[in-house]
Design a binder for this molecule. Sequence first.
Ligand code: AKG
Ligand code: MN
Length: 229
Amino acid sequence: MLLYNLNLMNNHANILYLSTIKTEELDLFNTDSKSNLLPYDGEVIYYSYIINTEKSQYYYDKLLASIQWQNDKAIIFGKLIITKRKVAWYGDKSFEYTYSKTTKSALPWTKELLELKEIIENKTGEKFNSCLLNLYHNGDEGMAWHSDDEKDLKKNGAIGSLSFGTERKFLFKHKETKQTVSVFLEKGSLLVMKGKTQTNWIHRLPPTKKVKSPRINLTFRTILTKPNS
Ligand SMILES: O=C(O)CCC(=O)C(=O)O
Ligand SMILES: [Mn+2]
């Protein structure tokens, strides 16, 4: 157990260190010998700056302006809750995705989303057919503990999570041991969750008073296609 903890501290130290490096060139030190951030029961890989600072700003601006952002809805204990956080759902077809007891129908890909999908498919060797986007206006907005294990998603399918805008802390918690792992999601970074991660771990984006500016997150996913869709 001590080894795991040390390993996590090292990973975290790397991530903090890399957050101060602004050039793509130095990422050469940090390429594909990626280690798993989770100690067991799942696989989470973090890629720092897969998109450089200038392009990250470009995509942030384009996504902010072109995505059909809507306040998210959830039914919790029978009550309809409208979140301040905004969301959008895009995909290959008008796939339906139900989470928090509400259903969304996917919009057709935009140019920027297709470009980003290609970048992360090339990076990970995975294929994705849909993307859920989140816009957090500031640190007051976050996301509660959950796992992305809805029946509409491919079981144990990879999820590729791209971040733009302000860096935020992201946490994992094991469902049984309650061990937690944290990672800072920098602009232009990619976090890949795969294997049994969604079965054994929950994750959250904690609210924080320290963050005053917005962040956009894209989670590329594989939705299961229904026979006649
Ligand atoms: O904002 C994030 O980094 C992750 C969001 C998330 O977990 C989700 O959309 O399911
Ligand atoms: Mn999630």
